[in-house]
Design a protein around this ligand. Structure first.
Ligand code: NAP
Length: 303
């Protein structure tokens, strides 16, 4: 199946292009990007021109940041093409509701991806937690924004979500593996004095679950979550890729490279079945943190 990739930046080149090249399902037939390109693939500067020039491309995958993504997403769906969205699926919840309804009206597939849900340990964690009672949980998601988002000023602009850009990955795993719904009770957000989005956040969630997100991590990076249940302890490490039960290795794989191939396999399955997959629960928790959270001003941040 022919696919176009839009927004040839960091994640497109790091993950989407290698996953597409290895995929038995997809043929990367065009890109849309003002500055980026993929060798050997036709590039267009705007999406409407690409859609008009390539009626045979049935699916479009958007790797733009969340704020500019909505207009491109509407153009794709209005042109009757299937649509795959990077996380977070929009800048607001209402945008994604509109896209979901538009996809249904057009009879095409919409996939709001959560790449961390495809991490190697997530399915095993979900199976182990089913039927158990969570006593408490701790999420530690601390990374160096300069390493993972070099020079990406959009991430600290309004709608860029700041540290929730990685933090929402943790929330996407949490909402996938827990055997019950979870909601936000309180939050504290640290905004650099020169920025519009938080650089760190601490969340208090139901079921005794606490989350610590920080973009200022130096040295080793930490993407861990640990749960104490009525019948043992579970930990997910390396962004959900490594699973431990009662401090013993219980599966997974110490690599993040399985996530995007799994996303594209899932997209192929959705297109073949003519169905959609749009779960907004991680974004609800994020939006609620901005609504309910108290705000601290911290030191200015420059890349
Ligand atoms: P990025 O490199 O800054 O942006 C991707 C591309 O989007 C850019 O190369 C640019 O392409 C286009 N773009 C940027 N700002 C734009 C604007 N205001 N209007 C129109 N186009 C714009 O970002 P990224 O790191 O790839 O992240 C993109 C998405 O992937 C985000 O939602 C992020 O959460 C998600 N993601 C990122 C990572 C990561 O590690 N970086 C990991 C997983 C998921 P042109 O200028 O060539 O048009």
């Amino acid at each position: 199946m022919k696919l176009a990739l839009v927004g040839i930046g960091k994640i497109a080149l790091d993950q989407h292009v290698p996953a597409l090249e290895a995929s038995p399902d997809w043929d990367l037939a065009a890109t849309v990007s003002r500055h980026g390109s993929v060798e050997g693939v036709p590039t267009f500067a705007d999406i409407d021109t690409m859609l008009a020039a390539h009626p045979e491309i049935g699916t479009v995958s958007l790797c733009l940041p969340p704020v500019p993504r909505f207009a491109a997403a509407q153009a794709v769906l209005r042109a009757g093409r299937n649509l795959m969205l990077e996380k977070p699926p929009g800048a607001t919840l209402a945008e994604v509701h509109i896209l979901r309804d538009l996809a249904a009206a057009q009879g095409v597939s919409l996939y709001a991806t959560w790449h961390s849900r495809m991490a190697h340990g997530v399915a095993g964690a979900k199976a182990w937690l089913a039927g158990r009672t969570i006593r408490e949980g701790r999420i530690t998601w601390r990374e160096d924004v300069r390493k993972w988002h070099p020079g990406q000023d959009w991430i600290f602009e309004a709608g860029g979500m700041g540290v929730f850009d990685p933090g929402i990955n943790a929330l996407s795993i949490l909402t996938e593996i827990l055997p019950m719904p979870v909601h936000l009770r309180a939050a504290e957000l640290d905004f650099p004095e020169n920025r519009q989005a938080p650089i760190a956040a601490r969340l208090s969630l139901s079921h005794g679950i606490a989350a610590d997100f920080d973009f200022r991590q130096q040295g080793p990076q930490t993407w861990d979550m640990e749960f104490l249940t009525d019948a043992g302890r579970l930990a997910l490490r390396l962004g959900g890729n490594v699973l431990e039960i009662d401090d013993t290795d219980a599966g997974g794989q110490a690599s993040i490279m399985g996530e995007y191939p799994a996303l594209y396999a899932r997209m192929a399955e959705l297109v073949r079945r003519g169905s959609s997959d749009v779960d907004l629960s991680p974004m609800v928790l994020t939006a609620d943190a901005f609504t309910l959270g108290s705000r601290n001003t911290v030191d200015a941040f420059e890349f």
